[in-house]
Design a protein around this ligand. Structure first.
Ligand SMILES: *Cc1c(COP(=O)(O)O)cnc(C)c1O
Length: 388
């Protein structure tokens, strides 16, 4: 066993001012839907350059609300990549729609635009590309496909806060992108514990997101369907949920957002160091080559390992690394192979890109609190284990 500290594949960075920000809310008048929510929403909107942001309880709720706002309902189809976290597909099911999986590029794990195009039909209500590992999907091609389909383009940017596409910030919802969702789970770029948000420019989508977050309730007199009998009056106009974020979380979010540039810069530096040290290691390739690193937010440092050529199984390598105090993870198991989706008729054989990506992928430790020497330690351990 190693006596060095355990390195998880990802973790939050919480500093004293983050703690102070939360404590200040606890001493105040509002624990939920108070002034910290508004501060967080406007800070997030301006951080990504969007008109508005709607903060919700978690990233899954953000996807759910975005699909609702896009009008996704029973009988509709939502095109999602075969490699992502479960929530990217489940948001369609919550609304009675069916996710239609598009295969991914075996090298990058990003959705194949040709396969998205192949699956577009008159039932397609939304297309949700995922900026996997913090590397933006090919939005230019997806925008072209979306333009001719009439579907809503929703970016799953749970990995990509702080990323840019040709200098444009992810979340700005330029072009045909209608909404962008973020997650603030502790392993993501910034955290609120649990938390999520949707950024948006269109006022109608904004209204529907807010409605869905709060039971479908309307207070604002100008939006009521009947005349208000008095100041207590509210109307439920749609079926929404309680997806609200607390003020404690939002205050943490404001504090964390102020550190986003520093956190992302640190992630990029650590990724560069991994790239350099892994360059001469045969059988291990970074999923994001240094030549494509520009604008990537590096949520994960994923590598492709040629387990067969190296003569070691993935489970074995992960166990040996863990003995040395190094945590790794696999992102992600292709969603169509999950029993729930297999029972709904999905066949994993139809996704060779996803299978190939998944079979070789491994996420190495990457978080802003890591030292350069931690990267050396991880690569040193990998070299020892694959060249015994
Ligand atoms: C984390 C994540 C989500 C969901 O976020 P939660 O905040 O955990 O609900 C959605 N999509 C992707 C790709 C994720 O990694």
């Amino acid at each position: 066993m190693s006596d060095e500290r355990f390195l998880p594949y990802g973790r939050q960075t919480i500093e004293q001012d983050d703690i102070d920000a939360v404590v200040e809310v606890l001493r105040g008048d509002w624990l939920t839907t108070g002034p910290a929510i508004e501060r967080f929403e406007s800070a997030l909107a301006s951080a990504v350059g969007a008109e508005a942001a709607v903060a919700v309880a978690n990233g899954t709720a953000a996807l759910h609300a975005a699909c609702y706002a896009a009008g996704v309902g029973p009988g509709d189809e939502v095109i999602v990549p075969a490699v992502s976290f479960l929530a990217t597909a489940n948001c369609a099911r919550y609304l009675g729609a069916e996710p239609v999986f598009a295969d991914v590029d075996a090298a990058t794990g990003l959705v194949s635009c040709e396969d998205v195009e192949r699956h577009v039909s008159e039932k397609t209500r939304a297309i949700i590309p995922v900026h996997l590992n913090g590397r933006p999907a090919d939005m230019a091609s997806l925008e072209k496909i979306t333009a001719s389909s009439g579907a809503c383009l929703i970016e799953d940017a749970a990995h990509a806060l702080g990323a840019t596409i040709e200098g444009d910030r992810v979340g700005r919802c330029t072009g045909r992108s209608g909404m962008t969702m973020f997650s603030f789970h502790p392993v993501k770029q910034i955290t609120t514990g649990e938390g999520g948000a949707v950024t948006v420019n269109d006022p109608d989508l904004l209204h529907r997101l807010r409605l869905f977050r709060n039971h479908g309730m309307v207070h604002d007199e100008s939006a009521l369907e009947s005349t208000s009998p008095g100041p207590w009056y509210y109307e439920q106009q749609e079926l929404g949920h309680n997806l609200r974020m607390t003020d404690m979380q939002a205050a943490l979010g404001v504090s964390q957002l102020g550190k986003l540039q520093r956190f992302v810069a640190r992630r990029r530096l650590l990724a560069r160091r991994y790239d350099e040290l892994l360059n001469p290691v045969a059988g291990i390739e970074p999923v994001i080559p240094s030549s494509a690193a520009d604008g990537c937010a590096y949520h994960l440092y994923a590598v492709h390992v040629d387990f067969e050529a190296l003569g070691i199984e993935r489970a074995e390598l992960m166990a040996r690394l863990r003995e040395r105090g190094i945590g790794t993870q696999v992102h992600f198991i292709p969603i169509p192979q999950q029993p729930y989706y297999a029972r709904r008729g999905c066949r994993i054989e139809e996704y060779p890109g996803a299978v190939s990506y998944y079979e070789r992928v491994l996420s190495l430790p990457l978080f802003p609190g890591m030292h350069d020497s931690d990267v050396e330690r991880v690569v040193g351990a990998l070299r020892e284990l694959i060249n015994p």
